[in-house]
Design a protein around this ligand. Structure first.
Ligand SMILES: *Cc1c(COP(=O)(O)O)cnc(C)c1O
Length: 403
């Protein structure tokens, strides 16, 4: 069996007869016509053996779904117009009034906003657990719990949980476990086989991926996916997907298909540059803490080592906590002074990005493993590392006491 990298390049797509180009075609449609009424009545799209309507899939979107299953080690995939839509699709497929959901305390913010907004309004209860303490998850699962979200690493603060332990707890309690796999991207670890060599495989039930990030890689596409190995679970997600009218167009799918063959290479480049900059930041007195799972004192470093050590992968994000002596205005001035790191959300594209976060508002109480101060998150792009380091150095001059 060849590696994922190779499989993303050598794939089973079959071009039209006599047109032996390996690049998938772009198919676009709302209407698909049927040869007769009998075909119209019987044709089945849910198993992807045929086509009935553009929203239900085209050869281009089926190809992308197949390729993403290869990337993440799953069997069934639905595509959505954003990563957040994929998160919402999973929640709406699995939860109803009276049910409850558990989110990690370092969850991707908009997932929490969905829980506090629509889900709460529809009588779905959400509790937050500490992903660094599996016993806390076990204690908070009740007979009402239908869905547990996990992230590795967590958003913004990048703690790395004991993912196999969290998954085992969900399995033992019969609760669906969904991973937001945007950080690992299918390259850092296999979400459906967390402990390779063990049988049966230990894995999450659902892997959600913001394709907006590394699979796109261009900073120009919004897309998400929800992948499973379980046919019954997939049918639930697919049914909600259909009822909500979610789908993606051929041109967008093609942009992701075009980027997938270079994804592993880009991921490694983002990763290497990020580790280099994180190590440089450790030496700087302005930072009270540097957060990156590969650093030996990072929260959950041993769990990262166990899960991602074989691939030696750690994505392209790191955060710093600026020393508490700096005012918000000074930290803002530092961010404003950055030239190559642009102020902007998202990540996974060629350009480096920076966002200051108000962690005191996001995390109550303040996590004991974090230094006091203002948190700034960097998403490292594909620029030359020396240029990025020089950019950080010149912006840090903004923090020098003016005298
Ligand atoms: C960006 C992101 C999402 C959402 O993706 P969008 O396509 O921007 O909606 C979800 N989860 C994580 C961890 C992300 O970083």
């Amino acid at each position: 069996m060849s590696s994922t990298t190779t499989q993303l390049i050598h794939h089973p797509y079959q071009p039209p007869n006599e047109f032996a180009a390996p690049q998938p075609g772009v198919f676009k449609a709302s209407t698909v016509v049927f040869p007769n009424v009998a075909a119209m009545r019987t044709r089945e799209w849910k198993d992807k053996s045929a086509y009935t309507y553009g929203l239900h899939g085209t050869p281009t979107t089926y190809t992308l779904e197949e390729r993403l299953c290869t990337l993440e080690g799953g069997r069934y995939c639905v595509l959505l117009p954003s990563g957040l839509a994929a998160i919402a699709n999973v929640a709406l497929a699995l939860l109803g009034t009276g049910d409850s959901m558990l989110l990690p305390d370092n969850v991707y913010g908009p997932n929490q906003a969905l829980a506090d907004g629509e889900l709460a309004r529809w009588g779905i209860h959400t509790q937050v657990y500490n992903p660094m303490d599996p016993a806390d998850l076990a204690a908070k699962i009740t007979e009402r719990t239908r869905l547990v979200w996990v992230e590795a690493a967590g958003s913004v603060t990048l703690e790395f949980p004991d993912l196999p332990a969290l998954v085992r707890i969900c399995q033992a309690r019969g609760v669906a476990c969904a991973l937001d796999n945007t950080w690992g991207a299918g390259l850092a670890f296999n979400p459906f086989d967390l402990l390779p060599g063990t049988s049966p495989a230990l894995g999450v039930d659902i892997s959600v991926h913001a394709l907006t990030k590394y699979p796109s890689g261009g900073g120009d596409v919004l897309m998400g996916s929800a992948i499973t190995r379980d046919p019954a679970l997939h049918r639930k997600i697919q049914r909600t997907h259909m009822h909500l009218g979610l789908g993606v167009a051929g041109n967008e799918a093609e942009l992701v298909l075009r980027s997938l063959p270079s994804m592993a290479l880009r991921y490694r480049a983002h990763d290497a540059a990020t580790r280099s900059l994180a190590r440089w930041c450790i030496q700087r007195p302005e930072f009270a803490q540097v957060l990156h799972p590969s650093l030996s004192d990072a929260p959950g470093h041993a769990h990262w080592q166990a899960l991602c050590g074989p691939a030696d992968a750690a994505a392209g994000l790191f955060s710093v906590v600026l020393d508490a002596r700096y005012t918000t205005a000074q930290v803002d001035a530092f961010c404003d002074a950055l030239q190559l790191f642009k102020l902007g959300y998202s990540w996974g594209g060629p350009m480096s990005l920076v966002v200051p976060y108000d962690l005191a508002r996001m995390r109550k109480p303040w996590p004991a493993h974090l230094a006091q101060g203002t948190l700034v998150r960097f998403a490292v792009g594909l620029e030359a590392v020396a240029d990025l380091q020089a950019d950080l150095a010149q912006a840090l001059l903004q923090l020098a006491p003016s005298c």
